[in-house]
Design a protein around this ligand. Structure first.
Ligand SMILES: *Cc1c(COP(=O)(O)O)cnc(C)c1O
Length: 221
């Protein structure tokens, strides 16, 4: 099936107000171009250098989203153009994004990634630590970042109950953090190829879908 076809099949299952991030990591510029030609403008990547290279050769009206773990020393690669960083998981990273965005004289939007899955390996903030940080962090003077909301990854399991529990937890955290920010705190990024319909039921405003659109990833290259 073509990328345009896959894209529209996913799009057709989403309520209109839910944003679809096409996760193009590992996939070629040509495949991204196919999705672009089919109307897609929001793309997600998880490696800063790969993101930068793709940004440079593709149309400039693409909105690029960073969805993977980001090391502070790599923020500089994407600060000049990235729209939204979903995977902000430490105060050091917040400080670095603020600094690099200021150098570029722009505002970078961020989401706090919160850990909700059972697996030890999943990245993100512990919610209580995040709450503590938010209560004391000087967001008022961080004028080059805009906190838009929360991101998370559910436990990787076929057990729908567990996945639903994780997404509901995220939704709850999102609601708890909202009063600390402006009205622009409106984004709940959750759901991937195998679980996005459940995420949407639980209130996702943004889903990150890769393999359903572009096919399986090949990490051997
Ligand atoms: C790769 C990735 C996705 C997309 O995964 P698919 O299963 O291909 O839809 C979504 N979110 C994050 C954080 C990812 O790293």
């Amino acid at each position: 099936m073509s990328i345009a076809y896959q894209l529209s099949s996913v799009r057709n299952t989403l309520p209109e107000e839910v944003q679809l991030i096409a996760v193009s990591k590992t996939h070629s510029v040509g495949m991204i171009r196919d999705a672009y030609d089919a109307g897609q403008r929001l793309f997600g990547e998880n490696r800063p250098q790969e993101l930068r290279e793709k940004y440079e050769v593709l149309p400039k009206d693409i909105e690029w989203h960073m969805i993977g773990h980001l090391q502070t020393n790599k923020v500089k690669y994407i600060a000049p153009f990235v729209k939204l960083i979903h995977s902000v998981d430490s105060s050091r990273l917040v400080d670095t994004i603020q600094r690099e965005a200021a150098k570029c004289n722009r505002t970078v939007e961020i989401l706090f990634e919160i850990r909700v899955a059972d697996e030890e390996t999943k990245t993100g903030w512990n919610f209580d630590e995040l709450m503590q940080y938010i209560r004391t962090a000087p967001f008022g003077v961080m004028t080059n970042i805009c906190v838009r909301g929360v991101m998370g990854i559910a436990t990787n399991t076929d057990d729908e109950q567990i996945v639903r529990r994780d997404f509901e937890k995220l939704r709850h955290y999102f609601e708890m953090l909202k009063p600390y920010f402006t009205a622009r705190f409106d984004t709940l990024s959750m759901g991937m190829s195998h679980d996005y319909p459940i995420a949407v039921e639980c209130g996702a405003t943004m889903v990150r879908v890769g393999s359903l659109i572009f096919g399986e990833r090949d990490y051997s290259k």
